[in-house]
Design a binder for this molecule. Structure first.
Ligand code: FE2
Ligand code: FE2
Length: 351
């Protein structure tokens, strides 16, 4: 069985006010989080309705009227989602996330709101108990909360990301878990877990831990996350996928066992004019042309990386070090084995 990675922070976690919550290298355990949360107990914040904050309402309504989301959201869907969203309030430290990204990285601002709306739309169809999705509904909006700990120069980089950039980018999942546990004063809150697990995959090929994704609501957020990432122009890939190619790519990931088949069926059904029920929606990954399969808009599709020694291709494998199993990479050309920690150490040595 594939070893699960440890929940160890590769970088420090800090708030937007530059308060360090945990240092890099710290293993995240329930005890560590309890101790951290204890430092903020007694702090209470007045909550503000999300839609009444800044220009969020007008912005989201506009995003949903743009192609291709206008296919999934007819006017009544849009009103339904916006009505539901109107019931959600966030505390100021969470709202600052929107201010920060609206000003510094508009893609992440828009992406967070659109993934929220799309995941609510699909949850209404896919989750059996409505109270499930009402309880979980805020999670989609702040699934990328930890991106506030990723330097903007990496988020907005036009050139391909280096391996170290990728490790720092992937840090956003655990950073989001720590930050949301801290601000919500509870590490069991669904929003914190969604931040941590939205890049995991059903077959264990995701990150940060390589666990098998099984929570239905997180699967929904994850599919909507990939869909929007494919559709969006990014600094390193100014031409986005068209809608059909994005759906084909996601369908292929479902065929490979990475994503929930039912959730992908629901996404495809929302893109069909006749709106079939998702269980009756026929889905095919047949492609009109081959697309780039690796590093799609920084969505982690396949874990293979450049060898720091010979620049050959290194793939994931298990290694044993100090009597313990670790997840590492092995280069197919020179045979070098290295972990993500080794890559970071090499980078630090160079500077
Ligand atoms: Fe993410
Ligand atoms: Fe995302």
């Amino acid at each position: 069985m594939k070893p699960v990675k440890s929940a160890r922070l590769v970088c420090p976690v800090y708030t937007l006010d530059f308060k360090q919550l945990l240092p890099g290298g710290k293993e995240i355990t329930p005890e560590v989080l309890d101790e951290l949360i204890a430092t903020t107990k007694g702090t209470s914040y007045p909550a503000c309705p999300l839609l009444k904050y800044g220009t969020i309402f007008q912005d989201l309504r506009r995003f949903l009227q743009e192609s291709p989301y206008n296919l999934s959201f007819d006017q009544s869907d849009r009103s339904g989602v916006l009505t539901l969203m109107n019931e959600i309030s966030f505390i100021p430290p969470l709202l600052k996330f929107f201010d920060y990204f609206k000003e510094n990285d508009f893609y992440t601002y828009r992406h967070s709101l659109v993934v929220f709306a799309m995941s609510v739309l699909m949850a209404q169809e896919l989750l059996e108990e409505p109270e499930d999705w009402i309880r979980d509904v805020m999670a989609g909006t702040i699934h990328d909360f930890g991106k506030m700990n990723v330097p903007l120069k990496i988020l907005k980089k036009k050139e391909p990301l280096t391996q170290v950039d990728k490790i720092i980018l992937e840090h956003h999942a655990l950073a989001g878990f720590v930050l949301l546990s801290y601000f919500l004063q509870d590490h069991g809150r669904f929003a914190a877990w969604a931040a941590k697990e939205h890049h995991e995959r059903r077959d264990g090929s995701g990150y940060p831990l390589g666990i098998l994704m099984r929570d239905r609501m997180i699967e929904i957020i994850s599919v909507c996350d990939i869909y929007d990432a494919l559709l969006s122009p990014r600094p390193h890939r100014p031409t986005p996928y068209d809608n059909r190619s994005a759906l084909e790519e996601i369908t292929e990931m479902a065929e490979q066992g990475k994503l929930s088949w039912e959730v992908v069926q629901a996404l495809v059904a929302y893109n069909r004019k006749d709106r079939p029920h998702f269980q009756e929606c026929k889905v095919s990954a047949e492609k009109r042309g081959r697309l780039l399969a690796v590093d799609l808009c920084r969505v982690n599709v396949e874990r293979k990386i450049d060898c720091p020694n010979c620049h050959g291709t290194a793939r994931e494998r298990k290694i044993v070090r100090d009597g313990k199993q670790h997840l590492a990479y092995a280069c197919r050309s020179c045979g070098m084995e290295f972990t993500e920690d080794d890559l970071l150490d090499m980078e630090l040595d160079l500077n």
